[in-house]
Design a protein around this ligand. Structure first.
Ligand code: NDP
Length: 261
């Protein structure tokens, strides 16, 4: 087991499967303490088997990012179990919604996506701030998407567009808007919290073969996601390891390259 120099406390939301579960697994392998937050952690087989393997290093908490009561209860329980605070909060939970043309996005689903992908991580961050202030690393990472990059999307109006990119780009307006708004949340918090030594970034995991990542391929008949979860998360952790306060407010991809907002 590669134990890093310092044992840190990480909170990962949406830890039941996909990228979130892989974050939990790799952080535990590195010897850190992890609080895995999920809607139904006891029903997530991946999490319960990690709990059996790692014991006290892993704490499972119930947290639905769309339900403020569960956020408050989770923070109260983490305050008791980890009185020294939280070093890194990874706001990973998210939904893509149905893969439909932007012109066909329903109001109800658009609201749900904004709740889970934008307001949810904002409320989680607000609630965990007192614990992050106590921690030593003081990092907040919002898992975003290059699909939320207005700058990248706008390129599809110019000569860079090709048929496959146009099919992808004309879909998922709710998801794109939610991640663009999440990026705005990252920058607003980065500006306010810098004086407290708290780093806030947005980070895209790349296109990863998870339930979410593969749904676009299946629905649109396009290529499969090129990245598996271990590769994406190992790369993302390198980016997080390298974060400094000077980089606060930046939008990174999984390789640490800066993405346009
Ligand atoms: P998955 O669909 O595989 O997993 C999504 C996770 O989010 C699950 O753990 C799910 O929990 C959780 N979740 C959904 N709604 C809520 C909620 N209301 N409260 C708490 N947890 C919730 O997706 P990925 O692992 O692929 O995605 C993880 C993050 O990465 C997301 O933010 C996504 O937008 C982002 N991303 C993913 C990309 C990809 O290619 N996969 C590309 C770019 C960004 P449950 O099991 O309870 O449903």
């Amino acid at each position: 087991m590669a134990v890093s120099d310092q044992q840190l406390v990480y909170v990962v939301t949406g830890a039941s499967r996909g990228i979130g579960l892989e974050y939990v697994s790799q952080l535990l392998q590195r010897g850190h303490k992890v609080i895995a937050a999920a809607r139904n952690p006891q029903k997530a087989k991946g999490l319960t088997s990690l709990a059996a393997k790692y014991g006290d290093a892993l704490t499972l908490v119930t947290l639905d990012v769309a339900d403020s009561a569960t956020i408050k209860a989770a923070v109260a329980s983490v305050s008791d179990s980890h009185p020294g605070g939280v070093d890194v909060l990874i706001n990973n939970a998210g939904i893509s919604g149905t893969i439909v043309k932007s012109s066909e996005q329903t109001e109800e689903e658009f609201r749900d996506i904004l709740m889970i992908n934008t307001l949810g991580p904002f409320l989680v961050t607000q609630a965990f701030l007192p614990l992050i202030r106590k921690g030593s690393k003081k990092q907040i990472v919002n898992i975003s998407s290059t699909l939320g990059s207005i700058g990248e999307e706008a390129k599809m109006l110019g000569p860079e567009a090709n048929e496959q990119l146009l099919v992808m780009a004309s879909n998922q307006v709710g998801y794109r808007a939610s991640k663009a708004a999440l990026n705005a949340v990252s920058v607003a918090l980065a500006v306010e919290l810098k004086k407290e030594g708290i780093t806030v970034t947005s980070q895209c995991p790349g296109w990863v073969d998870t339930d979410m990542g593969s749904s676009a391929s299946d629905t649109l008949g396009i290529d499969r996601p090129p990245l598996d979860t271990p590769t994406s998360v190992a790369a993302q952790l390198k980016v997080i390891d390298g974060l400094t306060l000077e980089k606060s407010g930046t939008f990174f991809n999984h390789e640490g390259l800066v993405v346009l907002y």
